[in-house]
Design a protein around this ligand. Structure first.
Ligand SMILES: CC(C)(COP(=O)(O)OP(=O)(O)OC[C@H]1O[C@@H](n2cnc3c(N)ncnc32)[C@H](O)[C@@H]1OP(=O)(O)O)[C@@H](O)C(=O)NCCC(=O)NCCS
Length: 322
């Protein structure tokens, strides 16, 4: 490959929904990046927003940097070197995420994208996610006066069914699976209540839920609901299966666990978590991972007691000292 000069490449700016070609190029880039890094470069919700475009809650800006033909890597057939996605809320705050193709790392691609973002929008109100605690992202953030403001841990455990504690449901509470077409509104309300203080999960909308239910991985059999005698939803555990890809073996995920505030502290969170892990084990998945905010003490304590340990972390950067 000839030396790259990303500072000379044109940046394409797309406002709102991203067209099919760019979506496909971004998808290919993300697959290559995940294969190389072992974790996704962009959050699932950002990808959903890129497909859906602007909404009443947010608007989207995507900056794409294509390498000119002579610089592209013929073996990969890729020429999207990197892209930045900015999801901006109605109050002007937002989050930027950047993905760089593994063939174009360490050549100034992210720098070029950040510079283009500074020119077109500026950084006002913006924070940035680094998925995986990359040194290059830390350096880039520091150059622009950004410091770590939030840590999202990735935890993992490998266990045989016998290692899991017995965790009975509290009296009068039963588990059943999510029924599409019936449980959406109740689940959204319970999710809002359980995650009232969470910056992303608590504001999930019906459109966000529908988009996830339309994904190929969605399986209601792995979406457990805890209900009381009147059928009231008290908690849930939504699991996800990541099939084997490339050199990475299949792994189960505690996609989201929540207990409504009035039902917290009664053992329900533990019982739901254990039930979901058993469901994953029944499908032959003995490695299970999850994401959790480092400062979510109840959840981190619960996961540690079940045998999860920290595996990796995503770091959010924000401007230093206001
Ligand atoms: C995390 C959550 C699911 C736990 O559910 P819960 O029903 O309140 O928890 P349980 O009563 O089953 O307690 C299970 C374990 O959690 C830990 N825990 C629960 N509340 C805690 C608290 N306030 N502080 C510290 N640890 C706590 C304990 O380790 C406890 O185990 P122990 O009883 O053996 O000591 C619940 O607090 C919740 O829904 N929180 C908001 C949503 C959320 O953060 N979900 C996880 C995101 S990844």
């Amino acid at each position: 490959m000839t030396p790259a000069h990303p500072e000379k490449w044109p940046v394409h700016a797309v406002y709102g929904a991203v067209d099919q070609q760019l979506l496909k190029d971004c998808g290919n880039l993300l697959t290559a990046a995940e294969e190389s890094d072992g974790n996704p470069s962009i959050s699932e919700q950002t990808l959903i927003s890129m497909r859906a475009g602007d909404s009443a809650d947010h608007k989207l800006l995507t900056l794409a940097l294509y390498a000119p033909d002579e610089d592209s890597d013929p073996s990969s057939g890729q020429d999207l070197a990197g892209f930045a996605a900015v999801v901006e809320e109605t109050d002007g705050t937002g989050v930027v995420e950047i993905a760089v193709h593994p063939s174009y790392r360490n050549q100034g691609v992210a720098d070029r994208l950040v510079g283009a973002l500074q020119d077109r929008r500026g950084f006002h109100g913006l924070k940035a996610w680094s998925h995986g605690n990359h040194e290059a992202a830390a350096d880039l953030a520091a150059r622009y006066g950004y410091v770590p403001v939030r840590e999202l841990w990735k935890m993992r455990m490998t266990t045989a069914a016998a290692d899991l504690p017995d965790a009975a449901m509290p009296d009068g509470v039963a588990i059943r699976t999510f029924v599409p077409g019936q449980d959406e509104d109740a689940w959204l309300a319970a999710n809002r209540a359980a995650f009232a203080h969470h910056p992303e999960q608590g504001s999930l909308t019906r459109a966000d839920l529908d988009a996830r239910m339309a994904e190929s991985w969605f399986d209601p059999a792995g979406f457990l609901l805890a209900v009381d005698g009147e059928g009231q939803l008290l908690g849930y555990h939504w699991t996800k299966v990541h099939p084997r890809h490339g050199s990475h073996p299949a792994i189960g995920e505690i996609y989201v666990v929540g207990v409504t505030p009035g039902a917290q502290g009664s053992g329900l969170g533990k019982a739901l978590t254990v039930a979901g892990i058993k469901h994953l084990q029944d499908q032959g998945l003995h490695a299970v991972m999850l994401y959790v905010d480092a400062d979510n003490a109840p959840a981190v304590a619960l996961y540690r007691r079940l045998g999860f340990t920290r595996w990796d972390m995503d770091v959010m950067y924000g401007p230093a000292a206001g």
